[in-house]
Design a binder for this molecule. Structure first.
Ligand code: SAH
Length: 463
């Protein structure tokens, strides 16, 4: 099993510092399942390649295991292909580089440089398309050569094995983290028992990229060997991690709100409930008003029933983040054309908003100044006039239940108000009647017998 990493970032031999392995030496390492060797097939100032060769001992692997003789234990592809053994070897042999540290070239370790990783044999369950869906959103140029099952018997068709080259300008730490997580995902197998530690490993090595990866669900499922509880834990934490860059005030306030609500992963429950209601309506063309950083847009994009998804927000910065997180520029044209992000305010009449099946207004109304609510009502229910509207807002009664929220404080500094259930229902009932809609109310999150659920939802439909 061979992995090679090449850089052309001059002086290329600095790769030796980054990997903590001298280019002039061949070094060997003992691992529990065999041996690893690191050597440099080429090392010039213009171009330097480090190779990690794994020599897995298939007999040693089954020695001491019970269960009698099974041919498969002895005759399998494990010694030859990139698998979770390679991830373990990366962590053991390149551990310092994987954690982003470098004694002699720390600045270089923090710099994105031209890197190419080559995997001699990579099993890709899900084929080349899945391989591309994993690496291309991370900015890689992928070259994959598919291998036949047997060159003498072309009728047998293609195998699951590929020779793969991945080219990108990234930090070495990122490249190693991507390989560490995604190789076992492609192989869809792991040689060891999976427990809660694996969730922590996935989140640690996925930090900074997994929470915005369009295939995060598939990645978590396969990485955690489809163990439902672990997968759910990982996904819930990823949603929480995928919060905004704490540069601007609005963003750090959103973080605070997420922190207040975090113990119950309310965000995820909100998204799921909104999605369920939208599907129930049969809506195909959907507006997400006040889409923020595009969480819901991303969820809807994964569902083919929605043919057109338009995110609207007044904040240009939020739309920029949404655009980045959705990786629109890297999606196939068919997918990309389903999504539009537009800047606009919900308190001004806007022709671009009319003619849609449904509109969602998720955690937005409480950001509007009360004197502007009347304009918002007309913009949405009179002019845009979708057949369905799904709206959510915090239930202020529930705030006493958040341990980390001081009494009397709202969940977000930017909230102009937070309503009790009665206040929200009175407002929504009045609006429904005035504009000819019917409305029903649903709780989101676990309901408390005294104070209700943390989020309240109103689902309007045109009479
Ligand atoms: N719906 C998103 C974001 C909620 S935060 C989610 O659930 O994650 C509220 C969003 O409403 C912010 O992105 C803010 O920029 C937007 N917003 C506030 N006032 C607005 C207005 N008048 N017009 C359009 N968007 C507005």
């Amino acid at each position: 099993m061979l992995l090679s990493i090449t850089t052309t970032h001059a002086p290329a031999t600095d790769l030796g510092y980054l990997l903590h392995k001298h280019p002039d030496k061949c070094q060997e390492f003992e691992l529990s399942f065999g041996k690893a060797a690191v050597f440099y097939p080429e090392a010039s100032l213009e171009r330097c390649t480090a190779a990690l060769l794994l020599d897995i001992d298939p007999v040693g692997l089954v020695r001491g295991k019970r269960g009698g003789y099974a041919l498969e234990q002895y005759v399998n592809d494990r010694p030859y292909v990139a698998s979770s053994f390679l991830s373990v070897a990366i962590a053991k042999v390149f551990g310092t580089a994987l954690s982003g540290n470098c004694k002699n070239r720390q600045q270089l370790a923090e710099t994105a440089i031209a890197l190419t990783a080559k995997l001699a044999v990579l099993p890709c369950r899900g084929g080349e398309a899945f391989l591309r869906r994993l690496f291309e959103p991370l900015g890689y140029t992928v070259t994959a050569q598919h291998h036949q099952l047997d060159a003498n018997f072309p009728d047998w068709g293609e195998s699951n094995y590929f020779t793969v080259e991945l080219e990108n300008t990234v930090r070495l730490q990122d490249l190693l983290s991507h390989l560490y997580v995604l190789i076992p995902v492609l192989d869809d197998d792991k040689h060891y028992y999976i427990n809660d530690d694996e969730v922590e490993k996935l989140l640690r090595h996925g930090e900074g990229w997994l929470s915005s990866h369009p295939e995060q669900e598939a990645i978590a499922k396969r990485y955690l060997k489809r163990q439902g509880r672990l997968v759910r834990t990982a996904l819930a934490q990823l949603v929480e991690e995928d919060n905004p860059d704490p540069d601007s005030a609005e963003e750090s306030h959103a973080l605070e709100e997420a922190a207040v609500e975090k113990p119950i992963s309310l965000n995820q429950q909100r998204l799921e409930t909104v999605l369920a209601i939208l599907k129930e309506t049969g809506a195909k063309r959907v507006l997400d008003l006040g889409c923020g950083e595009g969480r819901l847009v991303r969820t809807l994009l994964k569902e083919n029933t929605f043919t057109e998804i338009v995110g609207v927000d007044v904040s240009y910065r939020s739309l920029e983040i949404a655009q980045e997180r959705l990786h629109l520029d890297r999606l196939p044209a068919m997918q990309r054309d389903r999504v539009k992000l537009i800047q606009g305010s919900l308190t001004y009449r806007d022709k671009r908003l009319s003619g849609y099946d449904a509109a969602t207004v998720i955690e937005v109304i409480e950001h509007l100044d009360p004197p502007r609510l009347a304009s918002f009502e007309r913009v949405l229910f009179e002019f845009a006039r979708p057949n369905f509207v799904v709206m959510t807002t915090p239930n202020v009664e529930y705030n006493v239940k958040f341990e980390n929220l001081p009494a009397g404080k709202l969940r977000h500094k930017d909230h102009r108000f937070e309503w009790t259930r009665k206040e929200f229902q009175m407002w929504a009932n009045r609006v429904a009647e005035q504009f000819g809609y019917s409305v029903r109310f649903l709780p989101v999150g676990t309901e408390d017998p005294d104070v209700g659920a943390p989020t309240q939802m109103a689902a309007f439909s045109l009479d």
